[in-house]
Design a protein around this ligand. Structure first.
Ligand code: B16
Ligand code: MG
Length: 217
C-alpha cells in the first residue's frame, strides 16, 4: 500500500536550479572560472560545498583554496542565492504540483520533502505550501548528500513510513540513485534520467492517476 510520497524540491516543486546557477556563475567568475548551464546539471542535488568542489575541479583550481577560503566562497554564493529567493511566489510552483499535493492529502497519503538545501524552509514559505507537507527532512542533519539515500531515509523516518511503502520524485540523476538506494519507488522528471521506474518529461504530466497506476503496476 502506498503510504507516502516524498518530493525533491529544486526541479520538482519549483525551479531554483536557475537561481543556484546565477549565484554560482557570478562567484566562479570572480575566481576566474567559467561555468555554463550544461555544467550546472552536475550541481543538481549535491550540497553547497560539494558544488564548490566540482566548480574548482572544473576550473583546474581544486588545490588553490584553503578550507576557510572555500567556506567564504560558499557563504558568498549563499548570500547571493538567498537574495534572489524573494522573487519566488506561489506562481513559481511548477505545473501540476499544487493539484497533486491536494490530491495526495485528500487520499490520506503522507507528504514529505527530501531536499539537501539548507534553504528549503525559506523556499516552501515563499511558495506558500509549508502546511501541505507533513514532514521536511532537515538537511543540516545529514552527513552525505544525494546520491546517498540519507535524506530520503530521514524523510521516511520523519513521516513514520518504511521506504517500501513510499514513492520518491526527483529531477536529478543523483536523486534517482538516492531513491533507488533506499528501496523506494522512483519517479523521474526529465528526459535523460536512468533508473526511474516511471519517467515523465515534466511535472505537467505528473498527477495522482499516473502515480497510482505506477504503484499498482
Ligand atoms: P543550498 P534539492 C539542492 O536541492 C540543489 O539541487 C543543489 O543544486 C544545491 O547545491 C543543494 O540543494 C544545496 O542547496 O545551498 O541552498 O543548501 O535538489 O536537493 O532540492
Ligand atoms: Mg532536484
Amino acid at each position: 500500500k502506498l503510504e507516502a510520497v516524498i518530493f525533491d524540491l529544486d526541479g520538482v516543486v519549483t525551479d531554483t536550479a536557475h537561481l543556484h546557477f546565477i549565484a554560482w556563475r557570478d562567484v566562479a567568475q570572480e575566481i576566474g572560472i567559467t561555468i555554463d548551464p550544461v555544467f550546472n546539471e552536475q550541481l543538481k542535488g549535491i550540497s553547497r560545498m560539494a558544488s564548490l568542489q566540482r566548480i574548482l575541479q572544473h576550473g583546474g583550481k581544486a588545490a588553490h583554496f584553503s578550507q576557510a577560503e572555500c567556506e567564504a566562497l560558499c557563504a558568498r554564493k549563499n548570500n547571493r542565492y538567498v537574495a534572489t529567493l524573494s522573487s519566488l511566489t506561489p506562481a513559481s510552483i511548477l505545473p501540476g504540483i499544487t493539484d497533486l499535493l491536494h490530491d495526495l492529502r485528500a487520499r490520506g497519503i503522507r507528504i514529505g520533502l527530501a531536499s539537501v538545501s539548507l534553504n528549503a524552509p525559506i523556499i516552501l514559505n515563499a511558495l506558500g505550501i509549508t502546511p501541505l507537507f507533513d514532514y521536511c527532512a532537515d538537511a543540516s542533519r545529514i552527513k552525505h548528500s544525494k546520491p546517498d539515500p540519507e535524506i530520503f531515509l530521514l524523510a521516511c523516518r520523519g513521516l513514520g513510513v518504511t521506504a517500501q511503502h513510499a514513492i520518491g520524485i526527483e529531477d536529478a540523476q543523483a536523486g534517482i540513485q538516492a531513491i533507488n538506494a533506499c528501496g523506494m519507488a522512483a519517479v523521474g522528471i526529465g528526459d535523460d534520467l536512468t533508473g526511474a521506474g516511471l519517467l515523465l518529461p515534466s511535472t505537467r504530466e505528473l498527477n495522482w492517476h499516473r502515480l497510482d497506476a505506477y504503484w499498482q503496476r
